[in-house]
Design a protein around this ligand. Structure first.
Ligand SMILES: C[S@@+](CC[C@H](N)C(=O)[O-])C[C@H]1O[C@@H](n2cnc3c(N)ncnc32)[C@H](O)[C@@H]1O
Length: 316
């Protein structure tokens, strides 16, 4: 199935340079944990002709598109429909050709999801409120907004969207669902617009941005999946191998930054301890102090890259 590629891969050259030393190692194997439309993977496969690649994604619809795109690389590519945290719990199930030398996470969702999935990810469209990456299992956004208690819903919107008007928005949703269930993305966007103050309604970002992000994170368990995965991914990586993570909001970036810092430190003794008694050994080396950010040129072409942060470490 041929499809126009919708997604712009973020910071492709920066990712390539960050992972290059590991991609050039002998018998290099890359795991692209968020394959999406395969933009980053295609770039690596073209640049490193010896590289083998395993691509993971939980969304079967997007994988249909990617299978077509990566078909020219035939037996160098294995595509697996799985959550990445499930993969790293049982990597033995997948008969990898060796220990991976490069691992990439490009977190979140793709432009395909906003523009073409029909699953209610965008507040600019009128679609059923689903928001599941894998639409065969789990709860939908419609379930969350119509069944969670008022405080529970406000907490989700506050914690995962960092939305300062979370209580007002939750109250407005609960009031409305008392008469009619909230079923579409346009419906929800209208309720949010009506619930927030005027200056916020016409502010820098669409007033529904943070609530939609929060619902998506809740529905797909996004933060828990990252938390459960990074340590395991580093364990699986070959020594000298590298891992790169692109995150799009502070909640994700905090998890990545803290995990890398902890693994680079090794010692877990309290700061007031006179000497180290834990014998902790650093597992990784940090490759840079500040995260990489997209250039102004990239942001002009792909505004979504504005919030992206790229961090990387090398396994010791
Ligand atoms: C930002 S897109 C990746 C884009 C890709 N790097 C490219 O260049 O085309 C993220 C992809 O990861 C998938 N995804 C997000 N979280 C996931 C998870 N926990 N497990 C598996 N796939 C996930 C989404 O379905 C989406 O297709």
């Amino acid at each position: 199935m041929e499809n126009k590629v919708l997604h712009y891969s973020v910071m492709p050259q920066e990712v390539l340079e960050l992972l290059r030393p590991a991609a050039e190692l002998k018998s290099s194997l890359m795991i692209d944990c968020t394959l999406g439309e395969g933009g980053h993977s295609e770039l690596f496969l073209k640049t490193f002709p010896e590289l083998q690649l395993v691509g993971l994604d939980r969304d079967n619809e997007i994988l249909e598109r990617t299978r077509y795109r990566l078909a020219p690389f035939n037996n160098r590519v294995t595509i697996i429909n799985t959550w990445f945290d499930d993969f790293f719990t049982k990597p033995d199930m997948y008969e990898l050709s060796g220990q991976p030398t490069c691992i990439l996470f490009d977190l979140g969702i793709s432009i395909f999801h906003y523009e073409a999935s029909g699953r209610g990810f965008s507040f600019n469209k009128d679609e059923p409120l689903d928001m599941r990456l894998n639409n065969e299992e789990g709860i939908t956004a419609e379930f969350v907004v119509n069944t969670y208690g008022k405080d529970q819903l406000a907490d989700v919107i506050y914690q995962y969207g960092e939305e300062r008007y979370s209580r007002r928005i939750s109250a407005a949703i609960c009031k409305r669902r008392g008469t009619k269930a909230v079923q579409t993305s346009a419906d929800l966007a209208d309720i949010i617009k009506g619930a927030v103050p005027r200056d916020y309604r016409y502010g820098r970002i669409h007033p529904a941005t943070r609530t939609f992000q929060a619902l998506r994170i809740e529905v797909n368990g996004e933060l828990n999946r990252i938390e459960q995965t990074l340590d395991r991914a580093i364990e699986l990586l070959k020594p000298g191998g590298r891992i790169a993570v692109i995150s799009f909001h502070s909640l994700e970036d905090r998890i990545v930054k803290q995990t890398f810092k902890r693994l680079a430190k090794g010692c877990v003794c309290p700061p007031e301890a006179p000497r180290c008694v834990c014998d902790g050994v650093a597992a990784v080396k940090l490759l840079h102090k500040k995260p990489f950010r997209a250039s102004e040129e990239e942001i002009t072409v792909n505004p979504a890259s504005r919030s992206a942060k790229l961090r990387g470490v090398e396994k010791l």
